[in-house]
Write a protein that binds this ligand. Structure first.
Ligand SMILES: C[S@@+](CC[C@H](N)C(=O)[O-])C[C@H]1O[C@@H](n2cnc3c(N)ncnc32)[C@H](O)[C@@H]1O
Length: 476
Protein backbone atom coordinates (compact mmCIF):
# COMPACT_ATOMS: atom_id res chain seq x y z
CA UNK A 1 0.00 0.00 0.00
CA UNK A 2 1.42 3.40 -0.98
CA UNK A 3 0.20 6.50 0.80
CA UNK A 4 0.05 9.87 -0.96
CA UNK A 5 2.69 12.38 0.13
CA UNK A 6 1.49 14.62 2.99
CA UNK A 7 -1.58 12.44 3.53
CA UNK A 8 -0.87 11.19 7.04
CA UNK A 9 -2.43 7.89 8.07
CA UNK A 10 -3.91 7.57 11.59
CA UNK A 11 -1.43 4.86 12.46
CA UNK A 12 1.45 7.12 11.44
CA UNK A 13 0.11 9.89 13.68
CA UNK A 14 -0.12 7.48 16.58
CA UNK A 15 3.48 6.32 16.10
CA UNK A 16 4.69 9.91 15.77
CA UNK A 17 2.83 10.93 18.95
CA UNK A 18 4.47 8.05 20.79
CA UNK A 19 7.92 9.20 19.63
CA UNK A 20 7.24 12.78 20.74
CA UNK A 21 6.02 11.57 24.14
CA UNK A 22 9.05 9.33 24.72
CA UNK A 23 11.43 12.02 23.49
CA UNK A 24 9.88 14.56 25.87
CA UNK A 25 10.13 12.10 28.75
CA UNK A 26 13.80 11.44 28.07
CA UNK A 27 14.47 15.18 27.71
CA UNK A 28 13.02 15.71 31.19
CA UNK A 29 15.24 12.95 32.48
CA UNK A 30 18.36 14.59 31.04
CA UNK A 31 17.26 18.16 31.80
CA UNK A 32 20.05 18.85 34.27
CA UNK A 33 22.72 17.33 32.02
CA UNK A 34 21.91 19.42 28.95
CA UNK A 35 23.66 22.76 28.67
CA UNK A 36 24.50 25.02 25.77
CA UNK A 37 28.27 25.45 25.68
CA UNK A 38 29.24 28.81 24.14
CA UNK A 39 32.92 27.77 23.96
CA UNK A 40 31.94 24.96 21.58
CA UNK A 41 31.75 26.92 18.35
CA UNK A 42 31.05 25.11 15.07
CA UNK A 43 34.64 25.88 14.18
CA UNK A 44 36.06 24.12 17.24
CA UNK A 45 33.99 20.96 16.77
CA UNK A 46 34.87 20.72 13.09
CA UNK A 47 37.88 20.55 10.81
CA UNK A 48 37.74 24.33 10.30
CA UNK A 49 39.36 24.75 13.70
CA UNK A 50 42.50 23.09 12.32
CA UNK A 51 42.91 25.62 9.52
CA UNK A 52 46.46 26.88 9.57
CA UNK A 53 47.45 24.41 12.30
CA UNK A 54 50.77 22.80 11.34
CA UNK A 55 50.31 19.24 10.03
CA UNK A 56 46.61 19.04 11.05
CA UNK A 57 45.66 20.98 7.94
CA UNK A 58 47.70 19.00 5.39
CA UNK A 59 44.81 16.78 4.44
CA UNK A 60 41.37 18.31 4.38
CA UNK A 61 39.44 15.67 6.29
CA UNK A 62 36.05 17.27 6.60
CA UNK A 63 34.99 14.77 9.24
CA UNK A 64 37.74 15.75 11.68
CA UNK A 65 37.35 17.84 14.81
CA UNK A 66 39.92 20.38 15.94
CA UNK A 67 43.04 19.74 17.97
CA UNK A 68 41.91 22.62 20.21
CA UNK A 69 38.81 20.68 21.21
CA UNK A 70 40.89 17.67 22.20
CA UNK A 71 43.31 19.84 24.18
CA UNK A 72 40.36 21.37 26.00
CA UNK A 73 39.00 17.98 27.05
CA UNK A 74 42.42 16.72 28.03
CA UNK A 75 42.88 19.56 30.48
CA UNK A 76 39.53 20.95 31.55
CA UNK A 77 37.85 18.19 33.47
CA UNK A 78 39.48 17.77 36.84
CA UNK A 79 43.00 18.72 35.71
CA UNK A 80 45.23 17.22 33.07
CA UNK A 81 44.50 13.60 32.23
CA UNK A 82 47.18 11.21 33.37
CA UNK A 83 47.33 7.89 31.57
CA UNK A 84 46.61 6.73 28.07
CA UNK A 85 43.87 8.11 25.79
CA UNK A 86 41.86 6.11 23.24
CA UNK A 87 40.04 7.11 20.06
CA UNK A 88 38.13 4.19 18.49
CA UNK A 89 37.31 6.34 15.41
CA UNK A 90 40.69 8.01 14.93
CA UNK A 91 40.17 9.55 11.46
CA UNK A 92 43.38 11.42 10.62
CA UNK A 93 44.51 11.16 14.24
CA UNK A 94 43.49 14.50 15.76
CA UNK A 95 43.00 12.99 19.22
CA UNK A 96 46.21 11.00 18.95
CA UNK A 97 48.48 13.87 17.91
CA UNK A 98 46.86 16.42 20.22
CA UNK A 99 47.25 14.06 23.19
CA UNK A 100 50.80 13.13 22.26
CA UNK A 101 51.84 16.78 22.02
CA UNK A 102 50.53 17.26 25.58
CA UNK A 103 52.74 14.42 26.76
CA UNK A 104 49.91 11.87 26.86
CA UNK A 105 50.17 8.49 25.11
CA UNK A 106 47.35 7.63 22.77
CA UNK A 107 45.91 4.61 20.99
CA UNK A 108 43.64 4.91 17.99
CA UNK A 109 41.63 2.61 15.78
CA UNK A 110 40.85 3.55 12.19
CA UNK A 111 39.39 1.53 9.38
CA UNK A 112 39.58 3.86 6.39
CA UNK A 113 42.94 3.49 4.62
CA UNK A 114 43.24 7.22 3.88
CA UNK A 115 43.05 8.03 7.60
CA UNK A 116 45.58 5.30 8.37
CA UNK A 117 47.98 6.58 5.72
CA UNK A 118 47.79 10.16 7.00
CA UNK A 119 48.47 9.06 10.59
CA UNK A 120 51.37 6.76 9.64
CA UNK A 121 53.05 9.34 7.43
CA UNK A 122 52.58 12.17 9.89
CA UNK A 123 54.23 10.02 12.56
CA UNK A 124 57.10 9.28 10.22
CA UNK A 125 57.46 12.97 9.34
CA UNK A 126 57.71 13.92 13.01
CA UNK A 127 60.00 11.16 14.15
CA UNK A 128 62.08 9.65 11.41
CA UNK A 129 63.20 12.24 8.89
CA UNK A 130 66.87 13.19 8.78
CA UNK A 131 68.36 16.49 7.63
CA UNK A 132 69.37 14.70 4.44
CA UNK A 133 65.73 13.78 3.83
CA UNK A 134 64.76 17.42 4.27
CA UNK A 135 67.32 18.43 1.63
CA UNK A 136 65.82 15.87 -0.76
CA UNK A 137 62.35 17.31 -0.24
CA UNK A 138 63.72 20.82 -0.86
CA UNK A 139 65.11 19.53 -4.14
CA UNK A 140 61.68 18.24 -5.17
CA UNK A 141 60.17 21.65 -4.52
CA UNK A 142 62.91 23.54 -6.35
CA UNK A 143 63.40 21.22 -9.34
CA UNK A 144 60.07 19.43 -9.95
CA UNK A 145 61.95 16.25 -10.96
CA UNK A 146 58.80 14.43 -12.11
CA UNK A 147 58.50 16.76 -15.09
CA UNK A 148 61.52 15.13 -16.73
CA UNK A 149 60.79 11.64 -15.46
CA UNK A 150 60.80 9.12 -18.29
CA UNK A 151 59.06 6.62 -16.03
CA UNK A 152 55.28 6.76 -15.73
CA UNK A 153 53.51 4.67 -13.11
CA UNK A 154 49.82 4.43 -13.96
CA UNK A 155 47.24 4.31 -11.19
CA UNK A 156 44.07 2.32 -11.09
CA UNK A 157 40.54 3.64 -10.85
CA UNK A 158 37.30 2.29 -9.48
CA UNK A 159 33.89 2.84 -11.05
CA UNK A 160 33.20 6.19 -9.45
CA UNK A 161 36.66 7.62 -10.04
CA UNK A 162 36.82 7.01 -13.78
CA UNK A 163 37.67 10.17 -15.75
CA UNK A 164 38.17 12.18 -12.57
CA UNK A 165 41.18 14.15 -13.84
CA UNK A 166 42.09 16.13 -16.97
CA UNK A 167 44.44 14.11 -19.27
CA UNK A 168 47.46 16.35 -18.57
CA UNK A 169 46.93 15.82 -14.83
CA UNK A 170 46.87 12.05 -15.27
CA UNK A 171 50.16 12.24 -17.11
CA UNK A 172 51.72 14.49 -14.45
CA UNK A 173 50.56 12.18 -11.63
CA UNK A 174 51.97 9.16 -13.42
CA UNK A 175 55.34 10.86 -13.90
CA UNK A 176 55.32 11.97 -10.25
CA UNK A 177 54.64 8.36 -9.20
CA UNK A 178 57.45 7.24 -11.47
CA UNK A 179 59.97 9.78 -10.17
CA UNK A 180 59.26 9.15 -6.50
CA UNK A 181 60.36 5.53 -6.85
CA UNK A 182 63.95 6.79 -7.03
CA UNK A 183 63.78 7.96 -3.42
CA UNK A 184 64.10 6.18 -0.09
CA UNK A 185 60.96 4.82 1.58
CA UNK A 186 60.53 7.76 3.95
CA UNK A 187 60.66 10.32 1.14
CA UNK A 188 58.32 8.17 -0.91
CA UNK A 189 55.83 8.18 1.95
CA UNK A 190 55.95 11.98 2.25
CA UNK A 191 55.60 12.44 -1.51
CA UNK A 192 52.65 10.02 -1.59
CA UNK A 193 51.03 11.90 1.29
CA UNK A 194 51.35 15.19 -0.60
CA UNK A 195 49.80 13.56 -3.65
CA UNK A 196 46.82 12.30 -1.63
CA UNK A 197 46.39 15.79 -0.18
CA UNK A 198 45.98 17.44 -3.60
CA UNK A 199 43.86 14.88 -5.46
CA UNK A 200 40.55 16.65 -4.92
CA UNK A 201 41.92 20.04 -5.94
CA UNK A 202 43.31 18.75 -9.28
CA UNK A 203 40.24 16.64 -10.07
CA UNK A 204 36.81 17.36 -11.53
CA UNK A 205 35.23 16.27 -8.26
CA UNK A 206 34.28 17.84 -4.97
CA UNK A 207 33.53 15.98 -1.76
CA UNK A 208 29.97 16.45 -0.69
CA UNK A 209 28.84 14.23 2.17
CA UNK A 210 27.07 11.33 0.58
CA UNK A 211 28.62 11.74 -2.87
CA UNK A 212 31.38 13.06 -5.01
CA UNK A 213 30.02 15.99 -7.00
CA UNK A 214 31.18 16.19 -10.59
CA UNK A 215 32.13 19.45 -12.27
CA UNK A 216 30.45 19.95 -15.66
CA UNK A 217 33.90 20.10 -17.30
CA UNK A 218 34.25 16.37 -16.66
CA UNK A 219 31.41 15.66 -19.05
CA UNK A 220 29.82 13.55 -16.27
CA UNK A 221 26.61 14.45 -14.51
CA UNK A 222 24.55 12.57 -11.96
CA UNK A 223 21.00 12.26 -13.27
CA UNK A 224 18.69 14.82 -11.71
CA UNK A 225 21.46 17.12 -10.47
CA UNK A 226 22.16 20.71 -11.50
CA UNK A 227 25.14 21.74 -13.60
CA UNK A 228 27.99 22.18 -11.14
CA UNK A 229 31.14 24.27 -11.32
CA UNK A 230 33.64 23.70 -8.51
CA UNK A 231 35.73 26.75 -9.31
CA UNK A 232 39.41 26.50 -10.09
CA UNK A 233 40.76 23.07 -10.98
CA UNK A 234 44.42 23.36 -10.15
CA UNK A 235 47.26 22.32 -12.41
CA UNK A 236 49.09 19.39 -10.82
CA UNK A 237 52.51 21.08 -10.67
CA UNK A 238 51.10 24.14 -8.92
CA UNK A 239 49.08 22.13 -6.41
CA UNK A 240 51.74 19.60 -5.51
CA UNK A 241 54.52 22.18 -5.18
CA UNK A 242 52.38 24.29 -2.85
CA UNK A 243 51.50 21.20 -0.78
CA UNK A 244 55.11 20.04 -0.55
CA UNK A 245 56.13 23.53 0.61
CA UNK A 246 53.44 23.49 3.29
CA UNK A 247 54.41 20.02 4.47
CA UNK A 248 58.11 20.82 4.55
CA UNK A 249 57.50 24.07 6.39
CA UNK A 250 55.54 22.22 9.08
CA UNK A 251 58.08 19.42 9.33
CA UNK A 252 60.79 21.98 9.99
CA UNK A 253 58.51 23.69 12.49
CA UNK A 254 57.99 20.46 14.42
CA UNK A 255 61.60 19.35 14.22
CA UNK A 256 63.24 22.67 15.10
CA UNK A 257 62.43 22.76 18.82
CA UNK A 258 63.46 19.12 19.11
CA UNK A 259 66.81 19.83 17.49
CA UNK A 260 67.46 22.94 19.57
CA UNK A 261 66.06 21.69 22.88
CA UNK A 262 66.14 17.87 22.80
CA UNK A 263 65.29 17.61 26.50
CA UNK A 264 62.04 19.48 25.90
CA UNK A 265 60.68 16.84 23.61
CA UNK A 266 57.45 15.80 25.27
CA UNK A 267 55.68 13.92 22.49
CA UNK A 268 54.37 10.60 23.65
CA UNK A 269 53.71 7.30 21.96
CA UNK A 270 50.99 6.91 19.42
CA UNK A 271 49.73 3.46 18.54
CA UNK A 272 47.43 2.90 15.59
CA UNK A 273 45.29 -0.19 15.16
CA UNK A 274 44.34 -0.54 11.51
CA UNK A 275 40.94 -2.18 11.35
CA UNK A 276 37.40 -1.96 12.64
CA UNK A 277 36.93 -0.88 16.22
CA UNK A 278 34.24 -3.56 16.46
CA UNK A 279 37.02 -6.11 16.04
CA UNK A 280 39.81 -4.27 17.86
CA UNK A 281 38.05 -3.04 21.02
CA UNK A 282 37.37 -6.53 22.42
CA UNK A 283 41.11 -7.23 22.23
CA UNK A 284 42.08 -4.22 24.37
CA UNK A 285 42.93 -4.55 28.03
CA UNK A 286 40.26 -3.81 30.65
CA UNK A 287 40.59 -0.54 32.64
CA UNK A 288 43.61 0.57 30.61
CA UNK A 289 42.60 4.07 29.51
CA UNK A 290 42.30 7.41 31.27
CA UNK A 291 39.94 8.89 28.65
CA UNK A 292 38.21 8.25 25.36
CA UNK A 293 37.93 11.27 23.04
CA UNK A 294 36.11 10.45 19.86
CA UNK A 295 33.60 11.22 17.16
CA UNK A 296 31.96 8.31 15.36
CA UNK A 297 30.45 8.65 11.90
CA UNK A 298 27.06 10.31 12.31
CA UNK A 299 23.90 8.41 11.43
CA UNK A 300 23.53 10.66 8.39
CA UNK A 301 23.98 8.44 5.33
CA UNK A 302 27.40 9.93 4.59
CA UNK A 303 29.44 7.35 2.78
CA UNK A 304 33.15 7.75 3.45
CA UNK A 305 34.02 5.10 0.88
CA UNK A 306 32.43 7.27 -1.83
CA UNK A 307 33.56 10.65 -0.56
CA UNK A 308 37.15 9.45 -0.29
CA UNK A 309 37.06 7.30 -3.44
CA UNK A 310 39.81 9.23 -5.26
CA UNK A 311 42.18 8.61 -2.39
CA UNK A 312 41.16 4.96 -1.94
CA UNK A 313 41.75 4.28 -5.64
CA UNK A 314 45.15 6.00 -5.46
CA UNK A 315 45.95 3.77 -2.47
CA UNK A 316 45.27 0.87 -4.85
CA UNK A 317 42.08 -0.47 -3.37
CA UNK A 318 40.07 -2.47 -5.89
CA UNK A 319 36.35 -2.11 -6.48
CA UNK A 320 35.73 -5.27 -4.46
CA UNK A 321 37.90 -4.01 -1.58
CA UNK A 322 36.02 -0.71 -1.47
CA UNK A 323 32.68 -2.55 -1.40
CA UNK A 324 33.92 -4.77 1.41
CA UNK A 325 35.20 -1.74 3.32
CA UNK A 326 31.78 -0.08 3.03
CA UNK A 327 30.22 -3.04 4.81
CA UNK A 328 32.91 -3.05 7.53
CA UNK A 329 32.36 0.61 8.39
CA UNK A 330 30.02 1.57 11.20
CA UNK A 331 26.52 1.33 9.71
CA UNK A 332 25.60 4.83 8.62
CA UNK A 333 24.64 4.40 4.99
CA UNK A 334 21.55 2.85 3.43
CA UNK A 335 23.74 0.20 1.83
CA UNK A 336 25.06 -1.24 5.08
CA UNK A 337 23.84 -4.76 5.69
CA UNK A 338 23.22 -6.00 9.22
CA UNK A 339 26.41 -7.11 10.99
CA UNK A 340 26.47 -10.28 13.05
CA UNK A 341 27.60 -8.56 16.25
CA UNK A 342 27.30 -11.64 18.45
CA UNK A 343 29.59 -13.53 16.09
CA UNK A 344 32.21 -10.82 16.65
CA UNK A 345 31.75 -10.99 20.41
CA UNK A 346 29.16 -13.28 22.06
CA UNK A 347 29.37 -11.28 25.32
CA UNK A 348 27.70 -8.35 23.60
CA UNK A 349 24.35 -10.02 24.07
CA UNK A 350 23.75 -7.78 27.10
CA UNK A 351 24.45 -4.62 25.05
CA UNK A 352 22.02 -5.76 22.36
CA UNK A 353 19.44 -6.32 25.06
CA UNK A 354 19.96 -2.72 26.25
CA UNK A 355 19.28 -1.50 22.70
CA UNK A 356 16.15 -3.63 22.48
CA UNK A 357 14.92 -2.09 25.73
CA UNK A 358 15.53 1.53 24.70
CA UNK A 359 11.94 2.69 24.29
CA UNK A 360 12.47 5.81 22.19
CA UNK A 361 14.67 3.93 19.74
CA UNK A 362 12.20 1.08 19.48
CA UNK A 363 9.38 3.55 18.77
CA UNK A 364 11.50 5.16 16.05
CA UNK A 365 12.31 1.74 14.59
CA UNK A 366 8.62 0.81 14.50
CA UNK A 367 7.73 4.09 12.85
CA UNK A 368 10.44 3.79 10.19
CA UNK A 369 9.46 0.20 9.51
CA UNK A 370 5.83 1.28 9.19
CA UNK A 371 6.77 4.05 6.76
CA UNK A 372 8.83 1.59 4.75
CA UNK A 373 5.84 -0.72 4.43
CA UNK A 374 3.66 2.26 3.48
CA UNK A 375 6.17 3.15 0.76
CA UNK A 376 6.80 6.69 2.01
CA UNK A 377 10.54 6.48 2.73
CA UNK A 378 12.85 7.95 0.14
CA UNK A 379 15.09 4.93 0.69
CA UNK A 380 14.10 1.57 2.10
CA UNK A 381 17.53 1.03 3.63
CA UNK A 382 16.90 3.74 6.26
CA UNK A 383 15.28 1.51 8.96
CA UNK A 384 18.08 -1.05 8.70
CA UNK A 385 20.73 1.67 8.85
CA UNK A 386 19.22 3.24 11.99
CA UNK A 387 18.88 -0.16 13.72
CA UNK A 388 22.44 -1.10 12.76
CA UNK A 389 23.86 2.24 13.88
CA UNK A 390 22.50 2.04 17.40
CA UNK A 391 23.24 -1.66 17.89
CA UNK A 392 26.86 -1.23 16.79
CA UNK A 393 27.27 1.96 18.82
CA UNK A 394 25.89 0.22 21.92
CA UNK A 395 28.58 -2.48 21.62
CA UNK A 396 31.29 0.13 21.07
CA UNK A 397 30.09 2.21 24.04
CA UNK A 398 29.96 -0.93 26.19
CA UNK A 399 33.50 -1.81 25.18
CA UNK A 400 34.67 1.74 25.93
CA UNK A 401 33.19 1.43 29.41
CA UNK A 402 35.14 -1.79 29.88
CA UNK A 403 38.51 -0.39 28.75
CA UNK A 404 38.22 2.85 30.74
CA UNK A 405 39.53 3.16 34.29
CA UNK A 406 36.91 3.83 36.99
CA UNK A 407 35.85 7.51 36.95
CA UNK A 408 37.53 8.09 33.59
CA UNK A 409 35.56 10.08 31.01
CA UNK A 410 34.40 9.53 27.49
CA UNK A 411 33.88 12.62 25.29
CA UNK A 412 31.92 12.12 22.08
CA UNK A 413 31.00 14.58 19.32
CA UNK A 414 27.88 13.55 17.42
CA UNK A 415 24.88 14.99 15.55
CA UNK A 416 21.19 14.30 15.81
CA UNK A 417 19.52 13.32 12.55
CA UNK A 418 16.10 13.33 10.95
CA UNK A 419 14.36 10.76 8.77
CA UNK A 420 10.85 10.62 7.41
CA UNK A 421 9.92 13.75 9.31
CA UNK A 422 11.08 12.46 12.65
CA UNK A 423 13.98 13.96 14.58
CA UNK A 424 16.10 11.23 16.12
CA UNK A 425 17.65 12.35 19.40
CA UNK A 426 20.89 10.44 18.93
CA UNK A 427 22.31 12.32 21.93
CA UNK A 428 19.66 11.12 24.39
CA UNK A 429 19.36 7.61 22.99
CA UNK A 430 23.11 7.00 23.13
CA UNK A 431 23.35 8.62 26.56
CA UNK A 432 20.55 6.39 27.83
CA UNK A 433 22.33 3.35 26.42
CA UNK A 434 25.59 4.58 27.99
CA UNK A 435 24.09 4.71 31.47
CA UNK A 436 22.89 1.13 31.05
CA UNK A 437 26.35 -0.14 30.15
CA UNK A 438 28.40 1.45 32.90
CA UNK A 439 28.52 5.23 32.48
CA UNK A 440 27.09 8.14 34.38
CA UNK A 441 25.92 10.90 32.00
CA UNK A 442 27.64 14.03 33.33
CA UNK A 443 26.80 16.47 30.56
CA UNK A 444 25.33 16.75 27.12
CA UNK A 445 26.98 19.91 25.82
CA UNK A 446 25.00 21.51 23.03
CA UNK A 447 26.89 23.34 20.30
CA UNK A 448 25.22 26.76 19.92
CA UNK A 449 23.46 27.50 16.64
CA UNK A 450 21.39 24.70 15.32
CA UNK A 451 22.02 22.77 12.17
CA UNK A 452 19.33 22.45 9.49
CA UNK A 453 18.34 19.35 7.61
CA UNK A 454 19.28 17.95 4.24
CA UNK A 455 17.59 19.82 1.39
CA UNK A 456 15.50 16.72 0.65
CA UNK A 457 14.15 16.66 4.20
CA UNK A 458 13.54 20.40 4.30
CA UNK A 459 11.51 20.28 1.08
CA UNK A 460 9.22 17.60 2.45
CA UNK A 461 8.86 18.43 6.12
CA UNK A 462 10.09 21.97 6.69
CA UNK A 463 13.11 23.03 8.70
CA UNK A 464 13.40 21.59 12.19
CA UNK A 465 16.59 22.36 14.10
CA UNK A 466 18.82 19.46 15.01
CA UNK A 467 21.26 19.38 17.93
CA UNK A 468 24.98 18.89 17.57
CA UNK A 469 26.44 17.87 20.92
CA UNK A 470 29.43 16.68 22.85
CA UNK A 471 28.51 13.99 25.36
CA UNK A 472 30.52 13.79 28.55
CA UNK A 473 30.09 10.43 30.26
CA UNK A 474 31.98 9.14 33.28
CA UNK A 475 32.63 5.52 34.00
CA UNK A 476 30.92 4.54 37.20
C1 LIG B 1 33.84 11.58 12.38
S1 LIG B 1 35.22 10.71 11.79
C2 LIG B 1 36.40 10.95 13.07
C3 LIG B 1 37.42 12.00 12.72
C4 LIG B 1 38.45 12.22 13.78
N1 LIG B 1 37.88 12.72 15.01
C5 LIG B 1 39.50 13.20 13.29
O1 LIG B 1 39.62 14.29 13.87
O2 LIG B 1 40.14 12.92 12.29
C6 LIG B 1 34.76 9.03 12.04
C7 LIG B 1 35.83 8.04 11.63
O3 LIG B 1 35.41 6.73 11.95
C8 LIG B 1 35.97 5.85 10.97
N2 LIG B 1 35.25 4.57 11.05
C9 LIG B 1 34.04 4.23 10.54
N3 LIG B 1 33.72 2.97 10.86
C10 LIG B 1 34.76 2.49 11.60
C11 LIG B 1 35.01 1.26 12.26
N4 LIG B 1 34.15 0.24 12.19
N5 LIG B 1 36.16 1.13 12.94
C12 LIG B 1 37.06 2.14 13.02
N6 LIG B 1 36.87 3.33 12.41
C13 LIG B 1 35.74 3.51 11.72
C14 LIG B 1 35.79 6.62 9.69
O4 LIG B 1 36.65 6.14 8.69
C15 LIG B 1 36.14 8.02 10.14
O5 LIG B 1 37.48 8.30 9.95
Amino acid sequence: MTSQKNEIQPETTELLDQIVALDTELAKDFKTQFSVAPFLSRKVVSFQGNKGEPAYSWYKYKEAFSAGLVEYFLCSYGGKISGKVLDPFAGIGTTLFAASSQGISADGVELLPIGQEIIRTRLLSERELTSHDIVTLEHWIASLPWKESPKRVPFSTIRITENAYPPETIEAIERYRGALQQENEKIQAILRLALLCVLESVSYTQKDGQYLRWDARSGKRRPGTKVFNKGEIFAFDTAITAKLKEVLWDIRDVQMPVTLFPAKRSVKDIRLFEGSCLEVLPTLETAAYAAVITSPPYCNRYDYTRTYALELAMLELTQAEVSHLRQEMLSCTVENREKDLLKICPQWVSFIEVVNQQKLLQAINSYLQHEKTAGTLNNNGIPRMVRGYFSEMACIIGECARVLKPNARLFMVNDNVRYAGVSISVDMILSDIARSVGFEVEKILVVPGKKGNSSQQMGTYGRVPLRKCVYVWRKR
